[in-house]
Design a protein around this ligand. Structure first.
Ligand code: NAD
Length: 392
């Protein structure tokens, strides 16, 4: 392979973000796209000047000059297409969620190991500069011990494409938890160091979707909170979910996600609150804002202080979703043989947590999560680290 990664993008709805990021990255070039919808395929080819377009992903995977592919298809197709791509010798950047269950996500990880190709999962929000900066402060010890995190994504009218695969459990795997919560869980778990989960307690609701209410309203449009009785169905996923996650090392995570609620008109906001022994922080992103998103809280000398710092951007960013920085990293992993972050193992851990959250919401009971040997070891290491810190 030359020092330029030649890429293909399969599914060019949201996949357009991947095409744009591959265009912008100095180490990659998008050479082909694929979509089963001929109008969309033609439109994207023209929009991005891509000469090679395929309606069948298998044809794209047969192209010997393509080194890596992005997969941005309906969620239930991620696993079969990712495995086919890895088998064909391509590195894979898979959109979130990597699969609709933990066991299915583990199949992609096994294939990446077998065919020795890079597998990266598109938890792109950790590549936003504000999230990267919080991680840097955490690694520098500025928060002390991070003992709890609260996170969520809250929408007024944001059920995506009501009546499409998004709201059909068999194809999507779930509602706002697997669609939006997956990003917030990754952000929180990444900052917490992906600790082993001990118990999960969750509750879910579907108060608007089944009646065709509160469909997706683009940011450029005015929110219409009125129910839409003629919208297509079925809708067999949640439109709101709350969860409390207890980790084996004693720390905790609280989550709230929704697609539809009676809250401020047009609201489409996500947040993350960090509770540390030395300081705390609020990340609050209203409608995909890129500035003024972080507030730090501490009490130096016993005086409470909250500041909204201006932090230096660590990477070029044109997309508020963080896709461009994520694609830069994917390319470096391929060219320099590095481990992708987020990698497949984090994808599996996250999907196993989502399995447990849905199991708890469905049963109405707390779920106890079994730990793997790796997680046992990580918990012991974390306990030791805490003891060492307390001794200091
Ligand atoms: N990371 C993010 O921030 C982010 C944002 C939005 C969506 N996504 C993810 O991207 C994926 C796609 O979401 P979307 O909003 O683009 O959905 P979408 O339905 O708008 O687009 C999916 C595309 O896949 C095509 N397709 C379906 N079956 C196909 C097949 N067999 N072969 C080729 N093409 C096929 C469809 O024609 C469509 O154009 C989902 O997994 C979603 O979770 C991620």
């Amino acid at each position: 392979m030359s020092n330029l990664v030649r890429t293909g993008v399969i599914g060019v709805g949201w996949g357009r973000m991947h095409v744009e990021a591959y265009h912008a990255c100095p180490d990659t070039v998008p050479v082909a796209i694929c979509d089963a919808n001929p109008e969309r395929l033609a439109e994207r080819r023209q929009q991005y000047g891509i000469t090679r377009g395929y309606s069948d992903y298998r044809e794209l995977l047969e192209q010997p000059d393509i080194d890596a592919v992005s997969i941005a298809l309906p969620n239930d197709m991620h696993v079969p297409v990712a495995i086919a791509a890895l088998q064909a010798g391509k590195h894979v950047l898979c959109e979130k969620p990597p699969a609709i269950t933990g066991d299915a996500a583990a199949q992609i990880v096994a294939a990446a190991r077998e065919y020795r190709r890079k597998l990266m999962v598109c938890f792109n929000y950790r590549y936003r500069p504000d999230a990267q900066w919080l991680k840097q402060l955490l690694d520098e010890g500025r928060f002390g011990r991070l003992y709890a995190v609260k996170t969520g994504w809250l929408r007024n009218s944001g059920i995506p494409n009501l009546g499409s695969w998004f709201t059909c459990k068999a194809q999507s795997g779930g509602g706002p938890l697997i669609d939006l919560g997956v990003h917030m869980l990754d952000l929180a778990l990444w900052l917490l160091g992906y600790p082993a989960v001990q118990t999960v307690s969750a509750v879910s609701f579907a108060e608007f979707g089944p009646h065709g209410g509160k469909i997706y309203v683009r940011r450029s449009q005015v929110a219409d909170p009125r129910p839409q009785p003629n919208a297509p169905r079925p809708f067999d996923v949640e439109d709101m979910l709350m969860a409390l996650i207890r980790f084996a090392d004693g720390r905790a995570l609280q989550l709230e996600v929704n697609w539809a609620t009676h809250t401020s008109a047009g609201r489409d906001d996500y947040f993350l609150t960090l509770y540390g022994t030395a300081a705390g922080a609020d990340l609050y992103v209203a409608n995909y804002a890129t500035t003024d998103t972080v507030t730090l809280h501490s009490d130096p000398g016993g005086v409470m202080s909250s500041t909204r710092p201006v932090f230096r951007q660590q990477s070029r960013i044109s997309l508020p979703s963080g896709h461009d920085a994520l694609v830069d990293h994917f390319a470096r992993c391929i060219l320099d043989d590095l481990e992708p972050s987020p990698g497949g193992d984090e994808g599996v851990a996250l999907m196993r947590l989502i399995d447990a959250i849905y199991a708890s919401a469905q049963s109405g009971r707390e779920v106890v999560v079994e730990r793997t040997k790796n997680e046992e070891q990580r918990t012991k290491n974390e306990e030791q680290r805490t003891k060492n810190e307390e001794r200091r």
